[in-house]
Write a protein that binds this ligand. Sequence first.
Ligand code: ADP
Length: 188
Amino acid sequence: MINTVIFGPPGAGKGTQSDKLIQKYGFIHISTGDLFRWHTKNDTPLGKKVKEIMNSGALVPDDITIAMLKEELDKNPNAKGFLFDGFPRTVPQAEALDRFMKENGTAIHHVIALDVTEQEVRGRIAKRRNTENRVDDEEEKLNKRISEYFGKTIHVLPFYKEQKRLNTVDGIGNIDDIFKSICKVIDA
Ligand code: ADP
């Protein structure tokens, strides 16, 4: 079982690269952003709880996020491997993820951080506004997401770096070249 985390700021290309990784490696994709969007769209009790937080661009509290992730893991007991996208976003989330992996007799094998500048992600999200219609892509909410990333999420990087589990991949350039660099890390 190979478990991978794909990491990066909003607009780094996590979703795009995840689609390609799932195809190639058969990972079960766990995107906490997609899961939260599913819950809000379907107006579930969890969706009702997180809708306003998400739409403002803020992070959902750890206890809620971690519980949702655990539920998703438990739904897939026979997974060949997981690809975590948008999780962990805080150090307590990273610690919980290690704990869950250990309980299942496995671990996080690769953490791949897409290295993209703030200027680049702003440009990409401005473009995607025309096609994707995400409420949280609006300027003010995007500012909040970017500040959540640089204020909170970035601290996950030293957590993995100290444990020598961090692999940084240049996230600017051609999609297929970036994908090749990611595969090199996974196949090493
Ligand atoms: P982004 O494009 O900002 O990477 P995502 O689609 O991953 O966005 O997530 C959208 C929103 O869902 C976040 O802004 C946040 O409100 C919530 N969210 C997703 N994952 C997490 C997480 N691991 N912890 C807290 N909140 C999360």
